[in-house]
Design a protein around this ligand. Structure first.
Ligand code: CMP
Length: 139
């Protein structure tokens, strides 16, 4: 079915000037960009977005990193685009993410407490609906 996914270009991606490269790969894959916004995240948005990770050792560094500069929030649409974008993004650890993926081609470990892995993509239709509600309450 046609799905929507919530994608974030994280602050490391924006800082490194990789927003265009990420959007280009999404469009080249054949997905449509429905909404797009660059701005700094609020603590409330980050707490809601990462509620499932509360209590994990990387939670505080993760929120600090995600608030370290502007990010780009994107709503992507297409047939099976949730799993499609996750495949495009590659696995969480950018050092070992497969070449050909966004993280595998463009990311690496910077020796910090949190994985700076350039992008986020929703992991299920339920997460997508929840996350789109956080970043784009008017959609
Ligand atoms: P994301 O897909 O946005 O979801 C949670 C984020 O936490 C993940 O990308 C990484 O940025 C980060 N993360 C997940 N696991 C770890 C880990 N073991 N150590 C550090 N950071 C992590």
């Amino acid at each position: 079915a046609t799905e929507r996914s919530l994608v974030l270009v994280k602050p490391d991606g924006v800082r490194r000037g990789l927003t265009g490269a990420v959007l280009s790969r999404i469009e080249a894959k054949g997905y449509r960009i429905v909404a797009l916004q660059q701005r700094e995240a609020t603590q409330a948005e980050l707490a809601a977005h990462y509620a499932e990770h509360e209590g994990k050792p990387f939670y505080a560094p993760l929120l600090e990193f995600m608030a370290s500069g502007p990010l780009v929030a994107v709503v992507v649409e297409g047939e099976r685009c949730i799993e499609g974008f996750r495949s495009l993004a590659g696995t969480t650890d950018p050092t070992t993410a497969a070449p050909g993926t966004i993280r595998g081609d463009l990311g690496r470990d910077w020796g910090l407490k949190v994985q700076q892995n350039l992008v986020h993509g929703s992991d299920s239709p339920e997460s997508a609906a929840r996350e789109i509600g956080i970043w784009f309450p008017s959609l």
